[in-house]
Design a binder for this molecule. Sequence first.
Ligand SMILES: Cc1ncc(COP(=O)(O)O)c(C=O)c1O
Length: 422
Amino acid sequence: MDLFQKCYDFEAADMGRAIGVYPFFKSMEHCFGPQAIYNGRRVIVICSNDYLGLTNDSRVKQAAKQATDRLGTGCTGSRLLNGNTIIHDQLEREFADFLGKEDALVFSTGFLTNYGVISCLAEKGSFIISDTENHGSIVAGCRGSRATTVKYHHNDMSDLKKVLGELPQDSAKLIVTDGVFSMSGDIVDLNELITIKKQFPGTYLYLDDAHGIGVLGDQGRGTANYFGLTEGVDLIMATLSKSFASIGGIVTGPRKIIDYIRHHSQGFILSAAIPPASAAAALKALEIMKTEPQIFDRLWQNTSYIHDGFRRLGLSYIESKMPIISIFVGDEGKAVQLVKALFERDVFATPVLYPAVPYGQAVIRTSFTASHTTEDLDKVLKAFGEVAPEFGILKSQTEVPKKFVHRARAWNFDALFNSKEV
Ligand SMILES: Cc1ncc(COP(=O)(O)O)c(C=O)c1O
């Protein structure tokens, strides 16, 4: 068996490029907030996670520039050793305060935060109890730990209770869940989850709130705050790569737990710090969230406008309350053709394919921001209105599956381009 053979055999991406339907790695040439130039074409972007539209905010950009002038472009090492700055420290203090927790720790990405915290805390002999639709970085953290991972059905609290009941009573347990699930926009049933957690002593809760913080709750304080249950969540994780207009991840919680992670997590210790510009951008974004509540009003107005529009068009999409709306397509080939048709109408959307969703259940995940104008949203609705019947994405043509169940079929990327629909 040759290690590299699979790489030589992998032809799907080249085929996709050759026939002009390859949907990935589009290179942005210029950014104007919710619009950008790709391939010389100005398009409305509906696939970013820039929920508050702050990545192109002049104050955020200015903060990043000032930090670069003062501290340089990179940190050239781990924060533990040489890579820490006063801006990282300030960001942690302000973030912990914002979320009502004692302490916080900034990692280099959200992925590394999940990986680094879960693998560091859940040791051999302990159990991680994980929602089946948790983000891949949580799955990586579970695999990287030496604990046993058991899964419960997506957001199904009676299954969680059953799973917990089957574990040894005196074992160490960590429940891990997304606050807002990134593909469906589902919000975790936190009330019930915390009620159940309390019935099993020695069980802690880690909340990945990458899509909740900066969106939900009082001025973006996230899912736990939205439910009024911050105290009931032991550790809350956020990413800086979405509403915070930057890059990095952050975990907040009790001082002693965070300090342990600070000195033991490989994902933290063995990776270089985010640049000062990134820390400063996130800090400025946080300041804007705390002082300008109207930015959230705009986000929610746009969210309800687009939900109403999609409903009026009769699109088949996963119901959610969030600015994330996933339109169900099914066939992978059809999904890549659909995003091409949208791009030709100046709308940039991306397909979400296996393994991010189950095989044969491709979706177009759209997301909307505070900075989209009504005119942008109307153009998006017009484009969907034009392509929907041809691609069979109307409710009258296709139904969203009740559950996103992985089919027992190994993914072969080639299926994307061998699909009968292409
Ligand atoms: C739920 C969730 N957790 C974690 C991450 C990883 O965050 P980052 O992009 O900052 O690495 C993402 C990113 O998409 C996410 O959606």
